[in-house]
Design a protein around this ligand. Structure first.
Ligand SMILES: [Zn+2]
Length: 478
């Protein structure tokens, strides 16, 4: 008898634990998700449309509209519910044309130069003396600078006093414009005369021409300036239109079986057009779309509604994701978590949880599901530089895919961000990580109400030095 009772007990306890296991961590399903991602069925073809067919997808352009239409069609084809566009206002649009620069005195040398985004041009060719203001010895940006009227001024925006370099960049641009400078030159930190472009902090319009100059050419200017004044010519052809227009985010859902809330997974689709916006952020868009396809293919019925979001206007200062947060303000209490990919297809490490160390315990359990992909890492570092940020500022747990840097920083925002830079195998692995993370979050997050209160949000921003960049961007959001 005793033996029988014991056996029954063991049998029951085994079944019960198996039941629990199946509820919380279905390893067979996780394996299926990983295998589906590794087939790379759709990612490469989506990426190819975004890069080779549509091309540079600058916010406000016809390519951007074409992209939102393409993504909407794709969501519908996959069978995603509630697929729709959500518009927001773009206050200004910007286009660039040719950009050239030459040293004309004391030597003759062509320079490699290109405009930053949402900056005015030079209105034809200008001739300017060069002033080197790579100072910051006193670490304070004055209201005005003396003796730079009409000059092309070299600066090196660096992070200091809790202010990221994007913030010092706009502070410098404002001070230089007030002081009558003709242009601000920023040496690129990329190799091989590659340039960099960005509009972060400049939208809706920069106060003067801001020009990326090849590192090698900046070094040449420094060397000549040691013994002789330098004169250059610049001819930067940009146009800015003050006519407001509509820009679109693309949204779709897999409805949850319970009314417990929503998990949002997203990526921005706008890009720069010097390259093809392949890593930034065609790779993110392709991965998110593939997660949607895999969930439908495997007929996964999540408890939470899984919302797929493709944002525009990220490069102008998170315009699309900010517009989303405003439009859906009443639903944010039910938004349990946000996952964003925007660091390129690289070897995955896990997730950045942007200051939410309070969730460490539950997240290490959630992300345990990523162990077959060796991506269980959690970084508490916080940033305000992609579409998780407007959600983070609202106190919603917001995570970004954390990857090895690889060659991302070299190609990012430069002419070399092209289709061939995206490793299809790594993109498949990153897709698997995102899909498994969403699945596992869905299993675990039901009982957790994670939204921070107002004072907690402020404290998180302050603790992580994000206040100044949040303030800078809120200027564009007004
Ligand atoms: Zn990006």
């Amino acid at each position: 008898m005793i033996t029988t009772i014991k056996l029954t007990f063991i049998f029951i306890s085994l079944s019960f634990s198996q039941f629990l296991y199946a509820q919380v961590n279905d390893t067979t399903l996780i394996q299926k998700i990983i295998s589906a991602a590794k087939t790379q069925e759709e990612t490469s073809s989506i990426l190819r449309v975004l890069t080779d067919s549509i091309g540079g997808r600058i916010t406000g352009t016809s390519q951007s509209k074409e992209t939102s239409a393409f993504l909407l069609k794709k969501l519908k084809e996959i069978g995603i519910d509630n697929a729709h566009l959500e518009d927001f206002e773009l206050k200004t649009s910007w286009a660039h044309n040719s950009a050239s620069g030459r040293i004309i005195n004391p030597t003759h040398q062509f320079m490699v130069v290109g405009s930053y985004g949402w900056c005015p041009g030079t209105k034809g060719e200008i001739t300017a003396k060069v002033v080197d203001l790579r100072f910051f010895k006193n670490k304070k940006i004055p209201e005005r600078f003396e003796g730079i009227m009409g000059a092309a001024v070299i600066v090196e925006p660096i992070a200091f006093e809790d202010q990221p370099s994007q913030v010092t960049r706009i502070l410098l641009a404002n001070a230089l414009a007030k002081s009558g400078a003709a242009a601000m030159l920023i040496p690129s930190d990329k190799p091989n005369r590659l340039l960099y472009i960005s509009a972060f902090g400049f939208y809706p319009m920069a106060p003067l021409p801001v020009i990326s100059i090849a590192k090698e050419d900046a070094l040449l200017l420094h060397r000549i300036l040691e013994y002789h004044p330098v004169t250059i010519t610049l001819n930067i052809n940009n146009s800015i239109s003050n006519k407001a227009s509509k820009e679109f985010n693309v949204i779709g859902d897999i409805p949850g079986t319970d009314t417990v809330g929503t998990i949002l997974i997203g990526a921005h689709f706008d890009s720069w057009d010097y390259g093809q916006g392949a890593q930034d952020n065609g790779s993110g868009v392709a991965a998110i779309m593939e997660v949607a396809r895999i969930f439908k293919q495997l007929d996964i019925k999540p408890k939470h509604t899984i919302r797929f979001a493709f944002f525009s206007g990220e490069e102008q200062g998170l315009l699309g994701s900010h517009a989303y947060v405003i439009k859906h303000a009443n639903e944010l209490d039910k938004l349990k978590s946000v996952l964003i990919m925007d660091d390129g297809a690289q070897v995955p490490k896990g997730f950045m949880i942007h200051g939410r160390s309070d969730l460490d315990n539950i997240l290490s359990r959630v992300f345990q599901a990523l162990s077959p992909l060796e991506a269980t890492g959690i970084s508490a570092d916080a940033s305000f530089d992609t579409d998780h940020a407007p959600f983070l500022a609202e106190g919603i747990p917001s995570f970004t895919l954390w990857v090895n840097e690889g060659d991302y920083d070299i190609n990012h925002h430069s002419i070399t961000d092209t289709y061939d830079k995206v490793d299809a195998g790594l993109l498949a692995t990153d897709t698997a990580v995102l899909a498994v993370a969403v699945y596992s979050l869905d299993q675990h997050l039901k009982a957790v109400n994670n939204r921070l209160f107002q004072d907690e949000r402020k404290a998180l921003m302050k603790k992580n030095g994000l206040e100044s960049v949040q303030k800078m961007l809120s200027r564009s959001w007004r």
